[in-house]
Ligand binder design. Sequence first.
Ligand code: ATP
Ligand code: MG
Length: 388
Amino acid sequence: MARYGELFLKSEPVKRHFIGMLLRNIRKALGASGITCRYETPRGRILIYGDEAKKTAAIVSRIFGIVDVSICHRSTNSLQDLSEAALSLAKVRLSAGMSFAVRAKRQHKTGLTSQELGTEIGSWVFDHIPGLVVDLDTPDYEIFVEVRDFGGLVYDERIPGPGGLPWGTQGRVLVLLSAGIDSPVASWLSMKRGCEITHLYLDAGRWAGNDVTTAAIDNHRKLSFWCAGNPVSLVIGDSEELFDRMSELKIPPRYRCVICKRFMQKVAGRLMEHEGALAVVTGENLGQVASQTLANLGVIAEAVTAPVLRPLITYDKEETITIARRIGTFEKNPGDLACRAVPNMPATAAVLDEVHEIEQKMRIGEIVLCTCSKLKFVTALDGKIVEK
Ligand code: ATP
Ligand code: MG
């Protein structure tokens, strides 16, 4: 049984559409692992029937829009059947000295109340396993019982899902994906809010650390795991020329970071339409590095007219790292990711007029066009690179 969250708040037609997308995503993800199932969608729940319960639950608990997943015993609504189902679960997990509670909920307005139902089923378990203690506040073990029109559901675990909205309900974004920690989390958070993604990585060639491109492609690969069954594109653009030209023209080094970020936005802006994207996403954060001041973010934002989303703008680094660990993109030893172009003292308050002047001198438009004329593509599917 999978539960969804926020969809509850939607109007009936929108809810139907979103549940349809949710089912499509679940089917695709299970299909990618060779699992076929039967589905039912009673109010507020998705019931998935199949043989490989554990594997199915693990996959469904990674689907955006799902709040939690439980492997259930399906029974009739008779008190005897519900009690037997609860006891069969409890026997595996409970032993003398342990405390437990039964949490019952019922849809019917007649018969036992939810509380009476919990008490009855609890007594049955209590009488059949010696030495138990009932503790309704902080039990060692909980059994959940739901009595619905269609029958009873009995389970003892809620595997948390990511929440959010079904993948694909909010249109596509173009994510500036780097080798670092932040942008994969920004990409994942956009997917979590229902966006389809295209990744864009700019390869600075000899100006980038030795392991940067491999790490960026690996981030791309890992993120594709989160929309199983749907291929994800990574567009790779060459940005070596940008740094070469900044170096040749002796552009003040303190402006490099801002010009580099504006360049990425300009390339993204040009590719958006082709990729069918409605916004650009970055892993930028307020104040994390010298180049990410409010003043600089303003100068960077001016480079494009498209909306730029920065999901991590207010996150502390630790918060971002916690998510990165959870979603599997955190690398303890990421290798050589140091950018060779970063100056000792990046400008913290770039002046827009000066930036415009520099970009004109560099003929930045030409470099953007050149980058966009020789793109490479890498497709990832289900956590694997499938096409280069
Ligand atoms: P990250 O950990 O995501 O690299 P960061 O804190 O190191 O973030 P920067 O390197 O300044 O920050 O980059 C800010 C944002 O610019 C990144 O989050 C990412 O969205 C984008 N970005 C940085 N480098 C690249 C790149 N080589 N290709 C595409 N996007 C990039
Ligand atoms: Mg970075």
